[in-house]
Design a protein. Structure first.
Lengths: 517, 230
C-alpha cells in the first residue's frame, strides 16, 4: 500500500501542471459546496427559529375546508376558513403530551379605506396580544405608541403597513395619544409634510369565507415592528400588503362578521347580518356625528347609528375562546420529532371528527417555508454542475495520464504487478488529489463561513436577503451533516472520476510496454 | 533439465487486411542455467518469441512449458505470478519507473511479492545493486543516470527476485559498444554466479561471443542452433 501511495504521490508531483488543474477544480467545488451548505443550513435554521419560534410554531391547525394550506404567507387575499368550535379542539390539544404551547388566532386580509374612497389592503392577525407575545418571545415591538394591553380594542399597524397605507391612501397613521415622530416619516411623506393627512384610526373592511363582510373603524394603538424577519412579516415582502398588522380578537371578529365573544357563542343572527351588511353602515364610519338610519330586518327596526366607530375600550369578562378563530399555531416540546408529532396530531384530530387538520410551518408559510429546500436544491444543482465539469476534466486528464504512462504501466505489469496494483495506483492518485485539495476546500469553506458569521453581514431592508439569510444577518452554520455530505460528494466525484481512467490503465498490457519501445 | 520447452509455437496477428505470421511453428528447448541467445535480423520474430516465452504475449498455436508447466491456457493472474516469481525482464529501453530511485526500482518486484520483510528486501536489494556496481547511485532517479547505468538497474531488478529465467530483449541496442560489452559481461558473470538462465535477443553479431547457445531465427522460423561452449 505504501508503495502505491509513494508512486502515486510522486507521479502527482511529477505532473504538477495537471495535478494543479485537477486540484483547483476540486478545491473550488469543495469550497463552494461547504460554504453553500453552511449558508443554506444557517438560512434553514434562521427561518426555522424566526418563523417557528416567533411567528407560526411548528404546526398550523386549520379547517379541513381550507383550500390553500399556505395560509400564513402565500394565502393571498382568499378568506381563511374559520375553525369549528375552538373549545373542542382545545380539549384535544391539551391531551397531547408532545405539544409545548399553542395559540388560536384569527387571520385574514382586509380592505383598508379612507374617507376619500381610496383603498388598500393589509393582512391582519387577530390575537390575544399578551398570549401571542408570551408564546413568540415578544417578537412584536412598538416603534410608535404602545402595544395592545389586555382586553384593549384597536390595531397595531406595522411600519411597512404605515408606509403602504400612505402610498395607497395618502393617509399617515399615527397612534392615538402618542407623540408624532417626525423622523419616522418616509421621504415622500416628509416632502408633503405640510399637507400630510394624519389619522389615528383606520377603517378595515373584512370578508369571511362565507362571503359576509363588515367594516369597522378602529383606533391605531401602535406602530409595530417584528423583531425577526420584519421585512417579511411586517414590511410587505410576503405579498400581504404592509405585512401582518395586529388587531384585537374581538375587533377582528367584528370586522370579518364572525361571532365574537361579546355576542357569546350564539350564531350571528340573520338580522344582525342584515344590519351589518347595510350600505349605510360604511358611510356611518366616516361621519362625525351619529348617523341614524332605520333598517328593516323583518321583525324589528334597528337604528344603525349605534354601530358608529368602535371606541378604545376594554373587553371585560369575555371568554375570548368562545368566538371564532381561523388558525391555531402549535409549538412542540424541544426534542420532539416534528414528523411523528404531526402524524399523531392529525390522527387524533381526524379521529375526533373536528374538521381540522395540522400542517407543518413550512407548508403554512408557503414559499418562504420551501425556500431553504429550494436554495439547497439550487446549491446542489450548481455544485453538481461544477463537479460534473470536474469529473469530466479529471477523467480526461487521468485517462491521458494513463495513456502517456502506457510504457511505465506495461513495464510494471511485465515485472509482476497485477491489474489491481495498477488500479490502486490510479485510485491513490485520485484520492490524494481529492483528499488534499478537497480537504483544503472544505476547511477553507468552513473558515470563510466562520468569518462570515463573525462579521455579521446585514441584509439591510432587502426582503430577499432577509429571507435568504433566514434573519437580519448572514449566519452560516456548518454542522457535521454538512461536512459529511461534502465528504461523501467528494468521494463520489473521486470514484466517478477514477472509473474510466482505471479501465484504461487496467487494459494496458505488458506487451504494450515492449511494443512502444 | 529443460527449463523452457516450446513445441509448434505459432504467432499470427492481423495487420490491416492481412495476417502477419510472426512466429511459424517454433520448437525450442532451453536448459537450466543456459546463457542463450536468439539472433536474427529486425522483424525476424525474436522479440515476439521472447514475449511468448516471458508470458507477455499469447501464442496463436502450440505448447509452451516453463519448468514443465503448460502456460498457454493460464489466466492473466497466473501469468502475472509467473512473471513475478519465475521470470526477470530486461528491456531494450530499460523501462525503469521514473519516479523511483535506483534502490526503489530494484526493490519494486520484491515489494510486489509481499513475502519479504523490510530487512530482507534491503539486504537483497543492496546485494544486487552492489553486483551491478551502482552502490553510489542508490538515491539517484533514472533521469540522473546514463544509459548503461539504467540498464544495470534493470539487470539488478530482473535478478533481485532470484528468478529461474531472465529474458533480455536486445539489452545492448541502445548502448554504445563499450557499455554494451560491459553489460553483457555483467550478465555473463551473474549467470555464472547465480546460475540463472539468461535468454537474450540480438541482431548484433558481436554479442554472440558471449552466448553459450545461439539460435538463429528468420521469418519466424528457427534456421539453425549452435552450441558455442565458450
Amino acid at each position: 500500500m505504501s508503495l502505491i501511495f509513494k508512486i502515486s504521490a510522486r507521479n502527482i508531483l511529477r505532473h504538477k501542471g495537471k495535478s494543479l488543474i485537477i486540484g483547483i477544480i476540486i478545491f473550488l467545488g469543495s469550497l463552494l459546496m461547504t460554504l453553500g451548505s453552511a449558508v443554506v443550513t444557517g438560512m434553514e435554521k434562521g427561518l426555522h427559529d424566526n418563523i417557528v419560534e416567533r411567528f407560526t410554531g411548528d404546526y398550523v391547525i386549520m379547517s379541513t375546508n381550507q383550500k390553500s394550506e399556505a395560509v400564513v404567507a402565500g394565502g393571498g387575499i382568499d378568506p381563511t376558513e374559520s375553525l369549528p368550535e375552538y373549545t373542542n379542539i382545545d380539549k384535544v390539544l391539551k391531551t397531547q403530551t408532545y405539544i409545548d404551547s399553542y395559540i388560536p388566532v384569527c387571520r385574514g386580509v382586509t380592505m383598508v379605506l379612507n374617507d376619500k374612497g381610496d383603498m388598500g389592503y393589509t393582512a391582519l392577525l387577530g390575537v390575544d396580544i399578551d398570549r401571542y407575545e408570551k408564546m413568540f418571545h415578544n417578537n412584536i415591538v412598538a416603534v410608535e405608541g404602545k402595544l395592545l394591553s389586555d382586553g384593549m380594542k384597536g390595531c397595531l399597524v406595522t411600519k411597512g403597513g404605515q408606509s403602504t397605507m400612505y402610498n395607497q391612501m395618502d393617509v399617515w397613521l399615527t397612534p392615538e395619544g402618542a407623540p408624532f415622530i417626525e423622523s419616522n416619516l418616509i421621504p415622500d411623506a416628509k416632502s408633503n409634510r405640510a399637507s400630510l393627512n394624519i389619522q389615528s384610526n383606520v377603517v378595515f373592511m373584512g370578508m369571511n369565507s362565507s362571503g359576509d363582510q363588515m367594516d369597522i373603524r378602529t383606533p391605531v394603538i401602535g406602530i409595530i415592528k417584528y423583531k425577526k424577519l420584519d421585512n417579511f412579516w411586517g414590511g410587505g415582502g410576503g405579498g400581504n400588503g404592509g405585512g401582518y398588522s395586529i388587531l384585537d380578537l374581538e375587533s377582528f371578529r367584528e370586522c370579518f362578521a364572525y361571532n365574537n365573544a361579546e355576542n357569546t357563542v350564539t350564531n350571528l343572527t340573520g338580522e344582525k347580518k342584515k344590519i351589518f351588511g347595510s350600505d349605510d353602515n360604511l358611510d356611518s364610519l366616516f361621519g362625525g356625528g351619529s348617523v341614524v338610519k332605520e333598517v328593516e330586518t323583518g321583525n324589528t327596526v334597528y337604528k344603525i347609528g349605534s354601530l358608529k366607530r368602535t371606541e378604545v375600550k376594554t373587553v371585560s369578562n369575555a371568554n375570548l375562546d368562545a368566538g371564532v378563530y381561523n388558525l391555531i399555531f402549535v409549538k412542540i416540546k424541544p426534542g420532539s420529532s416534528s414528523d411523528a408529532g404531526l402524524v399523531r396530531l392529525n390522527t387524533v384530530l381526524s379521529n375526533s371528527g373536528l374538521g381540522v387538520k395540522a400542517v407543518t410551518w413550512k407548508k403554512a408559510a408557503g414559499t418562504i417555508g420551501d425556500l431553504a429546500s429550494i436554495m439547497k436544491i439550487v446549491l446542489y444543482v450548481f455544485v453538481g454542475i461544477l463537479f460534473f465539469v470536474a469529473v469530466i476534466i479529471i477523467t480526461n486528464t487521468l485517462s491521458m495520464a494513463a495513456l502517456e504512462r502506457t510504457t511505465e504501466i506495461g513495464m510494471m505489469r511485465a515485472v509482476g504487478a497485477d491489474k489491481n496494483f495498477v488500479s490502486g495506483m490510479f485510485l491513490a492518485e485520485t484520492v490524494i488529489l481529492s483528499g488534499i485539495f478537497g480537504g483544503f476546500g472544505i476547511i477553507s469553506g468552513g473558515i470563510i463561513a466562520w468569518i462570515f458569521t463573525g462579521i455579521k453581514i446585514s441584509g439591510g431592508t432587502n426582503n430577499a436577503l432577509e429571507v435568504l439569510f433566514g434573519g437580519d444577518v448572514l449566519n452560516p452554520i456548518l454542522n457535521g451533516y454538512d461536512i459529511i455530505g461534502c465528504i461523501i460528494l467528494l468521494l463520489l466525484v473521486t470514484i466517478i472520476a477514477y472509473l474510466y481512467p482505471n479501465i484504461v490503465a487496467r487494459n494496458i498490457t505488458p506487451l504494450e510496454a515492449i511494443a512502444r519501445d | 533439465m529443460n527449463i523452457i520447452e516450446l513445441n509448434g509455437v505459432k504467432k499470427d496477428y492481423p495487420l490491416g487486411n492481412t495476417t502477419v505470421h510472426a512466429v511459424r511453428g517454433v520448437d525450442l528447448c532451453v536448459k537450466e542455467g543456459d546463457f542463450f541467445s536468439i539472433v536474427g535480423p529486425s522483424g525476424s520474430g525474436k522479440t515476439t518469441l521472447l514475449n511468448i516465452i516471458g508470458c507477455i504475449d499469447n501464442a496463436t498455436e502450440g505448447s509452451i512449458k516453463i519448468h514443465g508447466e503448460e502456460i498457454t491456457n493460464m489466466a492473466d493472474k497466473q501469468l502475472t505470478d509467473i512473471r513475478l516469481y519465475k521470470i526477470g525482464f530486461i528491456f531494450q529501453t530499460f523501462n525503469l519507473i521514473p519516479v523511483l530511485d535506483v534502490q526503489e526500482n530494484v526493490e519494486f518486484p520484491l515489494l510486489l511479492m509481499k513475502k519479504f520483510s523490510k530487512g530482507e528486501i534491503a539486504k537483497k536489494t543492496e546485494k544486487f545493486i552492489n553486483e551491478v556496481g551502482l552502490r553510489e547511485y542508490v538515491k539517484h532517479r533514472p533521469a540522473e543516470l546514463s544509459g548503461g547505468q539504467r540498464q544495470r538497474v534493470a539487470i539488478a531488478r530482473a535478478l533481485v527476485t532470484n528468478p529461474d529465467i531472465v529474458l533480455a530483449d536486445e539489452p545492448t541496442a541502445n548502448l554504445d559498444s563499450e557499455t554494451g560489452a560491459t553489460i553483457l559481461e555483467l550478465m555473463q558473470e551473474l549467470n555464472r554466479i547465480e546460475k540463472t538462465t539468461f535468454i537474450f535477443s540480438t541482431h548484433d553479431p558481436d554479442v554472440l561471443k558471449y552466448a553459450k547457445d545461439v539460435v538463429k531465427i528468420k521469418d519466424g522460423q528457427i534456421i539453425s542452433r549452435e552450441n558455442l561452449n565458450h
